[in-house]
Write a protein of this length. Structure first.
Length: 439
């Protein structure tokens, strides 16, 4: 079993190294999966064709249409000029100095409004790209901004609808609105840190001569703009605001999260086409189709790594890590050991959702038996789970880097500080709040 555990760690290391080296994450995940399969003595063909392919197929089945529709929405925003209209308004409101912080806040609002974390980049990138170009800001900051806004800020915001929150609430037996005061304080701390970090880093990069460098898709967008005229701001914002409002209405009516997401993105696209028809006339179908199929590569990128996570979860040697987490629970402060445990699970699987599910299914009752405050533990774990899940093999990060046209190697440094170091530090701050009775 211990050889298998070493094989798991080796597979993760290989996956991370290959991703940083620029090897496509789909191929990297397959190679890493083979290493795990061989070192754990699994039936090779059964593990590849059923476990790895099954994990991949499950993700594709759930998100195929969603990725493609979201990509089409982003394409319509770009080519109609709606994204540039919003970017210009943000530039006038915040100026060049605060452009990265403005992008961070827009990402947070859209993600909190219901745009799934996997596809929020398609909605925000068209707005951020012209804004960053106008301010000559390096695009290497973008993945960190998008991840921080759509994950860290959203999970800290009370009332959020997120899979990891539901997994932890069910495992710990508490409502998803638990520890609201701790959540609001965490949100304020996160906003201050995020806005300060991206603003200062943008300034530092500019001093080093690291400015905006367009990718091939950006150049193609500039060449394909249908008009120099831009739509009015109200018409550009209406589809986005409508999706946010509609999301809360549908959820209040009892519609499930995924159907709600599909309905809101389709309504947003219909409104975009109607309100921007003057700027899209004669090119609606072409732009929709072009955008639709640009969602395939990020989808496959995510799916390959989800297949790797499925292989990892199927190995008996994964129990070694669960046993280690249980040992920590018995020998350390329960809040601190819980932070370490959930990061082990999130780091190995590359996803906070998986880390939360594994913790809820295998360790939640153990921690509750120690008499910890379940509501405080819920909030602490929801934040902590977002730490090691964004190691370089995180599928959401890799997909965002791909859409932004930047490399994992050059953009990951910012991601590390924003979505690895910071959430772990924030969860430790929340432990202090729990000891002080601030819940």
């Amino acid at each position: 079993m211990y050889i298998g555990a070493i094989g798991l760690l080796l597979g993760i290391i290989v996956l991370i190294v290959l991703c940083i080296k620029g090897i496509h994450p789909f191929l990297s995940a397959l190679i890493a999966s083979i290493i795990v399969i061989l070192t754990n003595g699994l039936d090779f063909f059964d593990a590849i064709m059923k476990t790895w392919a099954g994990g991949m197929a499950g993700f594709i089945g759930t998100y195929l249409l969603f990725f493609c529709l979201a990509a089409a929405y982003g394409q319509l925003m770009k080519t109609s000029g709606a994204a540039e209209s919003i970017a210009n308004a943000l530039f006038k409101l915040f100026g060049a100095k605060w452009a990265p912080a403005a992008t961070l806040i827009v990402t947070w609002i859209l993600a909190y409004g219901g745009i799934n974390v996997f596809v929020v980049v398609f909605a925000v990138y068209p707005i951020a790209m012209p804004l960053f170009k106008k301010c000559n800001i390096s695009k290497n900051l973008m993945p960190a901004i998008f991840l921080f806004g759509s994950v860290i800020l959203v999970v800290c915001t009370p009332g959020v609808i997120a899979g990891l929150m539901y997994a932890l609430s069910e495992g710990l037996g508490v409502p998803v609105l638990s520890a609201p005061v701790m959540g609001v304080l965490s949100l304020l701390i996160s906003l201050m840190f995020g806005c300060t970090y991206v603003t200062l880093r943008a300034k530092q990069l500019a001093k080093r001569g690291d400015g905006f460098v367009p990718s091939a898709s950006d150049l193609k967008y500039e060449e394909s703009k249908v008009s120099k005229d831009l739509p009015p701001l109200w018409a550009s914002l209406t589809p986005m605001l409508a999706t946010i409002v509609l999301k809360f209405i549908l959820l209040d009516w009892g519609l499930a999260t995924m159907p709600t997401s599909y309905v809101t993105v389709i309504v947003g696209e219909v409104l975009m086409i109607i309100l921007q028809y003057k700027y899209l006339k004669g090119t609606v179908l072409k732009n929709f189709t072009d955008g639709f199929f640009t969602g395939i590569n990020p989808l496959l990128l995510n799916a390959g790594i989800m297949g790797f996570a499925a292989v990892v979860n199927s190995c008996e040697s994964f129990q070694v890590f669960i046993n280690f987490a249980t040992y920590l629970c018995e020998t350390m402060n329960p809040y601190i050991s819980a932070i370490i445990a959930i990061n082990i699970f999130s780091g190995i699987t590359g996803a906070s959702m998986s880390g939360a599910q594994i913790f809820a299914n295998t360790m939640a009752q153990t921690y509750l038996s120690y008499g910890v405050n379940s509501t405080a533990l819920f909030r602490i774990l929801s934040i902590a789970s977002m730490g090691l899940d964004t190691l370089p093999h995180c599928p959401t990060f890799l997909a965002m880097a791909d859409v932004c046209g930047v490399t994992a190697k050059k953009s990951y440094g910012h991601v590390f500080w924003c979505t690895v170091v910071f959430p772990i530090a924030l969860s430790l701050i929340c432990v202090v709040f729990a000891f002080l009775g601030i819940i």
